[in-house]
Design a protein around this ligand. Structure first.
Ligand SMILES: Cc1cc2nc3c(=O)[nH]c(=O)nc-3n(C[C@H](O)[C@H](O)[C@H](O)COP(=O)(O)OP(=O)(O)OC[C@H]3O[C@@H](n4cnc5c(N)ncnc54)[C@H](O)[C@@H]3O)c2cc1C
Length: 474
């Protein structure tokens, strides 16, 4: 065993249940955590995540220093950087897996290189309940439908022998192993956009555990009934923490399992964790989804390439208050409520008939919780071209969705303040207010807030026709 070890930090910013970090610290005198920032993955593509990353590194550094583990941040291509390590350097390398085809490819290349060059290494299970290869149908083919997938996945997880705690051990204080370190501040996005994120989020392991404990104590019993209402705290808001591994899904699952009386809401919450595993399984068995429609018949869908409407959608200026509130929440906070993600997604692909890939790209750039598996699978679910997807002909009416899930208009008024004077009756259809009344409340539609960029009934009809035409073409 070498004296020195590197824990290659990818999506596991935590001390608890971190198998690679635990192994490194229990088997080596000196351990460095190395984060390799590859600009090409983030610049112009995942801008919001740069803030989350930068803050996560800042917080994790504090946690690691209690164990004398250095956090070293370097800027490079991840594979090239790790390949520079030579056997004579006497360093062992450990990491937890990340389950996206592009990341798995890196692992394969590195494993081959380390073996050829006699470098000691080991990779461990990443932040999942099961590795995707473990969950297959009896005939060894992958699941395409969620319910049987999750039934099997949960059984397989529960049948496993529970792993040890993976505790991290204090190591010997040392100098940095790498020479050209950058600071977590160098990762921040260039735009001042990120400055407001501090108001909403604190990216640390402690905060993630606090969120989970608070959620289990106060909210989980009502999750089933409250999860669809964006103006109340009905969901856990753990997704950015799960995405960066500030909390492990095993920890979440195990804590939920310990709840004595599990009502339907508790089951529902646990079930949601399964969707994340399902998405990982889908993108690995059907990697073509990352580039296009899983259901090939959608390749002939008559999408409209309307840059102006796409831009209005991104800015939250469509004239449909519930859609605009969601898009503004996203830009302001780096997160959006699940119900509203479905509404804005449906509006883009059905009312505007813009290709789901445009929405996927925009979410990728703005969401802290963006991960390829969930984002691609969920966008295809919304568009109707994915696995176990919502049928294309089921078109959300943005007025009714608003009236049902934001009855009082609290969510809309929070994110679209120019509608603050609009009474409840019109909050999801402000264009129906009489002109005189609009003047009286100083909210003139077309002046203070946009007119709807499409008429719901017309857009709905055209979307259905487009879908019918698809049937004829295939
Ligand atoms: C168009 C669209 C794009 C999406 N993109 C992403 C994405 O990039 N990353 C992401 O994590 N989620 C994505 N989702 C799924 C979902 O909206 C978020 O996971 C959820 O809103 C996160 O909030 P929460 O932590 O409060 O969720 P909770 O309701 O508290 O759920 C707990 C956890 O379960 C997982 N989960 C919940 N719903 C889903 C789901 N439908 N699919 C997969 N996992 C789920 C998440 O890890 C979440 O944190 C997307 C949904 C849609 C409709």
């Amino acid at each position: 065993m070498t004296k020195n070890a590197i824990f290659w930090l990818r999506d596991d910013f935590r001390l608890k249940d971190n198998p690679a970090l635990s192994y490194a610290s229990n088997n080596h005198e000196i351990v460095s955590t190395v984060f390799i920032f590859d600009k090409s993955i983030y610049d112009g593509k995942r801008e919001a995540q740069k803030w989350w990353l930068s803050r996560s590194l800042e917080e994790f550094q504090k946690d690691l220093s209690k164990y004398n583990i250095n956090l070293e941040i370097v800027e490079d291509n991840q594979v090239s950087y790790l390949k520079k390590i030579k056997a004579k350097d006497g360093i062992s390398i450990y990491w937890n897996k990340v389950y996206e085809p592009f990341e798995i490819k890196k692992d394969d290349e590195l494993i081959e290189h380390f073996k050829d060059n006699k470098i000691n290494f080991k990779n461990f299970r990443g932040n999942v309940l099961n590795e995707f290869q473990e969950v297959k149908k009896g005939d060894e083919t992958p699941f395409k439908v969620y319910s049987p997938f999750w039934k099997n996945a949960e059984r397989i997880f529960l049948e496993k022998i529970p792993s040890t705690d993976h505790k991290v051990k204090k190591v010997k204080l040392s100098k940095n192993l790498t020479k050209k370190n950058i600071s977590f501040k160098d990762i921040l996005p260039k735009k001042n956009w990120y400055k407001k994120f501090d108001k909403y989020w604190y990216p640390s392991e402690n905060k993630a555990n606090e969120y989970l404990d608070g959620f289990i104590k106060n909210d989980i019993y009502n999750y089933g009934t409250k999860r669809d209402y964006p103006s109340i705290k009905g969901t856990s808001k753990l997704s950015p923490y799960i995405r960066s591994g500030q909390i492990g899904v095993k920890t979440i699952y195990n804590k939920c399992s310990k709840i004595k009386s599990k009502n339907i809401s508790v089951r529902k919450y646990i079930n949601e964790l399964g969707w994340r595993e399902f998405s990982h399984s889908l993108i690995n068995y059907f990697p073509q989804m990352l580039k296009g429609n899983l259901r090939k018949e959608f390749d002939k869908f008559p999408w409209i390439n309307d840059k102006k409407k796409l831009s209005l959608w991104k800015k939250g200026m469509t004239g449909y208050p519930i859609v605009d509130a969601g898009m503004r929440e996203l830009y302001e906070t780096g997160w959006m409520h699940n119900r509203i993600r479905m509404v804005v997604g449906s509006f883009l692909v059905k009312h505007l008939r813009i290709n789901w890939q445009e929405g996927e790209k925009y979410f990728r750039n703005c969401l802290f919780d963006f991960n390829e598996a969930n984002n691609v699978a969920q966008w295809q679910w919304v568009a109707g071209c994915g696995a176990d997807a919502a049928p294309y002909f089921r078109i959300f009416n943005p007025i009714l969705q608003g009236e049902k899930f934001d009855k009082e208009g609290e969510y809309v008024k929070k994110w679209v303040p120019e509608l603050k004077n609009v009474p409840q009756k019109f909050i999801h259809k402000p264009w129906e207010m009489e002109k005189k009344y609009q003047e009286a409340i100083n909210t003139v539609i077309g002046r203070d807030y946009p007119k709807p960029i499409v008429i719901h009934e017309v857009a709905r009809k055209e979307a259905l026709e487009a879908f019918q035409s698809l049937k004829k073409k295939n």
